[in-house]
Design a protein around this ligand. Structure first.
Ligand code: GDP
Length: 524
């Protein structure tokens, strides 16, 4: 095997998806701890806090108590190199999360055992489904009196329409929670919140007399339950998991470290190495010798000392080495990449090499765009990086008209980062912002003030939703002639229909059957 094949075979790139408060931050921290990437649990939160303190923009996060930024954490575990991509939990920033999900090969879904499947879980799972991303499930907070595990599995199956294959089974819950039984390894892990890693003892076999010694009044109940579960639930099927049709389910309590190691072992043993990526022209295989990668996220101000932007690039094939000359698709220019960074869990390190599945941060001054691609010469456009129809609209009004240029530049650049979308109606000079969540407007106003020196006001704008228009030029022109007040160009020059309400949208669609009205578009 070549070094490239070896390195890519040991990569695991995944993200955690969950509804806010299910325990994603806690689980992330414990995964890093079990992976030896942090010394003391609590560091991730602390790191978040100190990052907050250093930047104006992060100040906003702190005030709101939410995490706006996605970050990437890389750490070695067993024979693997793990890339864990963090995603903002607040639903107003879900666009960022959606795009991060295009850069992973699998996901871990965290379910709160008390609340079961929640709204945000459903949305995120549907995004994973667009690419049939394999999902591992972690049912968290077993130390609390939650819903019966069978009921939770039923809910996941019916609401999320994915088969569940329990891999571990909990020994009761809440006050009576004693541990989990691994259905395939035939091992019982005993839970003890006082034990250093949450586990006090590990025994082999359900028939082990030690089981009766440790939990005399629950052993028989467990044996019966396990028999029942084996009969009534789906057996683990690797192929179905990799195809995104089945999710292996683990139980635990992240805050107590319990069940976390089994989950991390599952990431290593079950989840896929870097997968091929689709482009408009061909499928790119990770083992191809030449480097390729695409930009799934742009972030400004990660380090307030450097006011430039970082483009997050998912490596799709080949090897990255410092100084490699790469062609940037959007400009067609070739540049020597000397300053890319990786994201080892402790610090941002300037990197010497990276392999398929890894994430690179490429600093730039706004020239790299969302959806951009890098290659050793080939013109490749990676597909499937989505942009979603906004649901909230504002008209940008400036207090000082002399700052119009800065405003336009700022809005254009923030739109390129994906912070909000910018629309220019074809019949007016208005600057209309669209967002998936209203908090995005606050971030934009804040950043316009601090980064571009523009004091901006956002006024309500009477639009309910937007649709990208597809069709031949004549058909779109006909629509623009009839309903010009509602037609705009987006930041990329694409025609968009801004619908004042759903009825109007339905009527316009009916009147123009030759035009397609798209709810999402791929980033150019
Ligand atoms: P996130 O919003 O999904 O990132 O959730 P957090 O990790 O911030 O957790 C939300 C709350 O749930 C916090 O108060 C955690 O301490 C708590 N929590 C996390 N895991 C557990 C668990 O296993 N048991 C209990 N009882 N609480 C937990």
């Amino acid at each position: 095997m070549s070094q490239l094949e070896l390195e890519l075979a040991r990569r695991r790139t995944f993200a955690i998806i969950s509804h806010p408060d299910a325990g994603k931050t806690t689980l992330t921290e414990k995964l890093l701890w079990f992976g030896g990437a942090i010394q003391v649990a609590g560091e991730v939160r602390a790191r978040k806090a100190s990052r907050h303190a250093t930047s104006d923009w992060m100040e906003l996060e702190k005030q709101r108590g939410i995490s706006v930024t996605s970050s990437v954490m890389q750490f070695p575990y067993r024979e693997c190199m793990i890339n864990l991509l963090d995603t903002p939990g607040h639903e107003d920033f879900s666009e960022d999360t959606y795009r991060t999900l295009t850069a992973v090969d699998s996901a871990v879904m965290v379910i709160d055992s008390v609340n079961g499947v929640e709204a945000q879980t459903i949305k995120l799972l549907n995004v994973c489904r667009l690419r049939d991303t394999p999902i591992l499930t972690f049912i968290n907070k077993l130390d609390r009196e939650g819903r019966p595990p069978i009921e939770l599995l039923d809910e996941i199956e019916s609401v999320l329409d994915i088969q569940c294959a329990p891999m571990t089974w909990p020994i009761s819950m809440g006050k009576r929670f004693r541990g989990v039984y691994h259905l395939y390894d035939d091992i019982v892990y005993f839970f003890d919140p006082q034990a250093e890693k949450g586990t006090s003892e590990i025994i082999e076999g359900l028939d082990n007399p030690r089981l009766d010694e440790l939990i005399p009044d629950q052993a028989e109940e467990l044996r019966m339950e396990v028999e029942l579960v084996r009969g009534a639930s789906h057996a683990f099927d690797q192929e179905a998991y990799l195809a995104g049709r089945q999710t292996p389910v683990y139980f635990g309590s992240a805050v107590n470290n319990f069940g976390v190691q089994s989950l991390l072992d599952a990431v290593v043993e079950l989840s896929p190495a870097p997968q091929p990526r689709a482009t408009e022209t061909r499928l790119v295989q990770p083992a191809e010798a030449k480097f390729t990668g695409f930009v799934f996220k742009i972030q400004a101000n990660m380090d307030p000392k450097h006011r430039d932007r970082i483009a997050f690039v998912r490596v799709c094939s080949g090897k990255f080495e410092r100084g490699i000359k790469l062609r940037q698709r959007s400009t067609g220019k070739t540049l020597a990449v000397n300053n890319a960074i990786t994201f080892m869990a402790q610090d941002r390190n300037t990197t010497d090499e990276a392999w398929p599945g890894d994430i690179l941060g490429i600093p730039n001054h706004g020239t790299v765009l969302l959806g951009d691609a890098f290659s050793e010469g080939e013109d490749l456009k990676f597909t499937g990086i989505p942009c979603f129809a906004p649901e909230h609209f504002r008209r940008a009004q400036i207090r000082n008209p002399l700052k119009m240029k800065q405003l336009q530049k700022g809005l254009q650049q923030l739109a390129e980062e994906g912070a909000t979308q910018l629309f220019k109606p074809i019949h007016s000079n208005d600057l209309i912002l669209g967002a998936v969540g209203t908090l995005q407007f606050d971030v934009v106003a804040h950043r316009l003030e601090f980064e571009y020196g523009v004091d901006v006001m956002f006024e309500p704008y009477p639009v309910a939703t937007a649709r990208w228009l597809r069709g031949d030029d004549l058909a779109i022109r006909a629509l623009a002639d009839k309903s010009g007040v509602n037609v705009a160009l987006d930041g990329a020059g694409d025609h968009v229909y801004l619908a004042p309400n759903r009825v109007n949208l339905a009527m316009t669609q009916e009147r123009h059957p030759e035009v397609k009205f798209l709810e999402t578009r791929e980033i150019h």
